[in-house]
Design a protein around this ligand. Sequence first.
Ligand SMILES: C[S@@+](CC[C@H](N)C(=O)[O-])C[C@H]1O[C@@H](n2cnc3c(N)ncnc32)[C@H](O)[C@@H]1O
Length: 229
Amino acid sequence: MYTYSKENAETYSQLGIKGTTYEPGFNEASKILGDLTGKVALDFGSGAGRTAQLLLSMGAKKVVGIDHSQIMIEQVKRLESNKLKFVKIDEKIPFYNNTFDVSLCAHVFVEVSSLEEMTQISNEVFRVLKPGGLWVIITNNSKAIGREYISYGYKKKNNLKSGDEITCTIKKGDDGFDIGDYYWSEEDYKRVLEKVGFKVESMTFPKMTGDGWLDETEVAPHVVIKCFK
Ligand SMILES: C[S@@+](CC[C@H](N)C(=O)[O-])C[C@H]1O[C@@H](n2cnc3c(N)ncnc32)[C@H](O)[C@@H]1O
């Protein structure tokens, strides 16, 4: 498990979405999630709050962000309102079965160090989603390792195997920091999700177009997975 320092959590809170390497993945996820008016949404691995705020801006009537990092939860407490809550979790999600209409899980699976942990997370999300509930996951495109992107990069590594450690260098102006991440393939994600009971409807690899990008126009930084309970 990667442990965020207060400084890293602060840098993370300033990353944003527009004009960053995260934009194509979030554009695609937003398209899949659609209008969230009247929906109750779960943000698994809410970090510094940008994903929970995105869900709120899409009309959700209530958003719960959950994260196992105490530092991240402290960082986002100031964003809370009657529609937006953040909860520190351990392994269990502290909500009843069939509570949420939709869930987003962005940039979390890359921090997961084993398929057992990925399965445990997926099991818990499955449990708290309503029947037919939608789960959208944004995670690394396995082909993105070694590519140069605006907001972060992974050094090229040959013969990567599932579960290998990879270092992600986050870039934000003069600030930046390294995170210890893990390499997983699209087959790993699909196998875990289907084992838990999710129906995987699609996996998309969104790129950017236009000027001002690095490899974002060549190789999608992320895969966006759409699945249903
Ligand atoms: C890279 S951040 C992404 C935050 C946010 N989703 C975003 O896209 O801005 C990943 C977050 O997932 C959290 N996380 C990783 N593994 C987790 C787990 N097993 N349970 C709960 N939170 C987890 C980390 O603490 C971190 O805050």
